[in-house]
Design a protein around this ligand. Sequence first.
Ligand code: GRF
Length: 188
Amino acid sequence: MSAPASGIAVLISGRGSNLRAILESPAGAHVSAVLSDNPDAAGLRVAAAGGKDAFIVAPEDFSAASEWADKLAETLAAVAPKIVALAGFMRILPPPLVRALAGRAVNIHPSLLPQFPGLNTHARALAAGAREHGCTAHYVSEKVDGGEIIARRKVPVLPGDDAESLAARVLAAEHKLYPQVLLELLKK
Ligand code: GRF
């Protein structure tokens, strides 16, 4: 019989600042594993510094996308997390995995969804003349950045902002919002 699902698995691809914020928060104690699709992700060092097991499941190590998808699902099944938290995971989760994880996989996105799904959110918010911007924690669904919204955190767009200054303000908001949301979801 398999163990009951518990804890959080965090999926990363890059720098891992959200992972760091999670690990430094009360949610950090509940992180049971980190998975990266990128062997060079700086976030792997964040995981190691936090004493967390890290698994690399990189598409280039497989001859077919379906093999990568199978390995990802197998690795997650072995970890058996209650919550799967995407934190800068830059790949679309395979649809069968999204369905298997319905209601348990969440993502942090750097805009006030449903505004600005996808990439380059800060430049797009500035180009649209937005007066406020922010971040959204949402459930993962087959529609990218389109799953049910769990919580949002707003920041102002200030005169003189460029994409970089706005990104930094939003990132700080992500670091506050995401750990809180994950802890709440664990309690459910
Ligand atoms: C964050 O802005 C997050 O909202 C987006 O990807 C970025 C990841 O940053 N999904 P980090 O790797 O957590 O520093």
